[in-house]
Ligand binder design. Structure first.
Ligand code: B12
Length: 470
């Protein structure tokens, strides 16, 4: 299994690259010898170093690079972009190894900053940029979103060794790629970064341009599987139909999946679009249900009805798509009764669709989300420094940071999350290693018993299992 394609970095690189800048990408996940690459790439013409990261362990690695570059080449400006730097800009910029932050969409901003640094122009008017000068922080206004994504240049895939990015494996052994055809989401779920990062605005490539770009990457790299990583790939049903028609018309011959389908959109989908999805190669769809309790769904502004999920499941069960329904447990204010409702709904979904499986994740209070404030009010003590955020991960925050959960409740949440994954054989398509498949088969009945009956007494299996996975 390779790494996921770094589409954020590729997007930031696209405009400078298209205008002739000498751009190089180093990926710490695939390049163990990243220090050697830095040494090879950096010379006296180097204008800046850009680094991406999300909240969590990526910060640790982003800081390692920043420190290395700052210590070795103190004159080179270090620019952070991506989700965490946008959500926690001031706290990030205070760090001595970081000189500038590019907030939200980085495509145009990064080029303008590069151009200003290269040609010794002022940084003052560059929208979307926060920067430090002599210890003082300057905050330029945010940049409006790009209206027409079609205007953006192609992603410069040639800057990467593409064979290292095989992640989805619908066609065993075939090459795969992640693809983003739109940005943002019109919904305002209170646990999601979308309100802050995208102002709930959905922007997309047109269907024609999506298919043209897809064809380009599929043909160039002999791609067999595509995973659409859009926040909300399916929201515009006519556009989705046109994309499916384009995939069929252009004979791309791919299998595809997406994480971007909401229950309310699925409810509106007619036979035509579902047939087109099947015919164009759709293999898997992830749907965020989050909870089986209407009280919780209302509290998180999910804007769906728990009762609609079963209807959607029934409709989708007529198609061969593997449906991953994701749930979140551990929300502020969630009761045992709410959890039972989620487990019941999950069991009903799997019963009603032989191609469905469910995955329960533990709620994580990410900064910049409305629910974060509620979590803090309830006793969650967030990290107060960039370095501390690097220790904050969705799988360990509840055990590492003070919060409203008791220790025994955390053990139960961990067990629910762990057993939800192992309780259904439909996830086997994700496991490539034969030994992992073997262990999975042995553990399956235990996980099924625990999960189905909400029996999480002495959850040694999940505690040991998580240590093995770490
Ligand atoms: C693919 C993906 C991943 C991939 C990794 C992708 C990669 N970078 O290689 C994997 C599977 C590894 C992953 C893991 C996780 N992810 Co993730 N992921 C995504 C996803 C679905 C798509 C990312 C993407 O390609 N976007 C498209 C590009 C165009 O947007 P972008 O990345 O934001 O980039 C733009 C700007 O941010 C900026 N930019 C970005 N980088 C840089 C760098 C520079 C130098 C500059 C100038 C600009 C810049 O410019 C870009 C173009 O405008 C996003 C949701 C989304 N649709 O964005 C979630 C998302 C980023 N992930 C999220 C989360 C929560 C996680 C996990 C914690 C989830 C989990 N349960 O495991 C882990 C954490 C990993 C970690 N901390 O180590 C959250 C982020 C929350 C946060 N506060 O950071 C998001 C927003 C999903 C969500 N709605 O909650 N993820």
């Amino acid at each position: 299994m390779g790494a996921r394609l770094p589409i954020g970095v590729l997007s930031a690189a696209a405009i400078p690259y298209s205008k002739g800048a000498d751009v190089r990408i180093i990926d710490q996940r695939t390049d163990d010898d990243w220090v050697d690459w830095i040494e090879q790439y950096i010379d006296d013409k180097t204008v800046c170093v850009g680094i991406t990261c999300m909240t969590g362990s990526q910060i640790k690695y982003a800081l390692e690079v920043s420190k290395y570059v700052k210590d070795t080449y103190p004159h080179i400006p270090i620019i952070w972009g991506g989700v965490h730097a946008t959500l926690m800009s001031e706290q990030t910029l205070v760090n001595p190894y970081i000189d500038m932050i590019i907030r939200k969409e980085g495509d145009h901003t990064f080029y303008e900053v590069y151009d200003a640094l290269k040609n010794k122009k002022s940084l003052d008017g560059i929208r979307g940029l926060w920067y430090k000068r002599e210890g003082q922080i300057f905050k330029n206004p945010d940049r409006p979103f790009i209206k027409d994504l079609d205007e953006l240049p192609e992603l410069p895939y040639s800057l990467l060794e593409m064979e290292k990015y095989t992640t989805v494996n619908f066609e065993h052994g075939g090459k795969s790629v992640d693809f983003v055809s739109s940005r943002g989401c019109p919904s305002n779920c209170s646990f999601c970064y979308n309100q802050f990062f995208n102002d709930c605005r959905w922007r997309s490539f047109s269907a024609i341009e999506t298919v043209r770009r897809l064809k380009n990457v599929v043909k160039t790299y002999n791609i067999k599987s595509v995973f659409f990583q859009d926040d909300n790939f399916c929201v515009n049903i006519p556009r989705l139909k046109d994309i499916c028609k384009g995939i069929i018309r252009e004979k791309l011959n791919i299998k595809w999946g997406t994480l971007g389908l909401r229950v309310d959109t699925a409810k509106m989908m007619d036979k035509e679009v579902l047939d087109l999805m099947e015919k164009s190669g759709c293999m898997n769809v992830d749907i965020g249900v989050e909870s089986g309790s209407q009280t919780i769904l209302n509290m998180i502004d999910k804007n769906i009805k728990a009762k609609d999920v079963l209807g959607v499941n029934e409709k989708l069960s007529k198609y061969p798509f593997i449906i991953k329904y994701t749930f979140i447990v551990g929300f502020p204010g969630e009761t045992d009764d709410d959890i039972k409702k989620s487990i019941k709904l999950a069991n009903d979904l799997v019963k009603g669709n032989k191609n469905a499986y469910t995955l329960f994740l533990i709620y994580t209070p990410y900064p910049g989300t409305p629910l974060f404030e509620k979590a803090v009010d309830l006793g969650f003590v967030p990290p107060d420094k960039l370095e501390e955020w690097s220790k904050f991960n969705y799988d360990n925050w509840a055990t590492e940071f003070p919060s409203w959960h008791s220790k025994s409740h955390i053990r139960k949440l961990v067990s629910i999350s762990f057993t939800s994954f192992f309780a259904n054989k439909n996830v086997m398509y994700k496991l490539n290693n034969k030994w992992v498949r073997f262990l999975f088969r042995i553990y399956l009945p235990i996980a099924q018993f625990r999960f189905k009956h909400n029996f999480h007494f002495m959850p040694l299996d999940s505690m040991i299992g998580r240590r093995l996975i770490d």
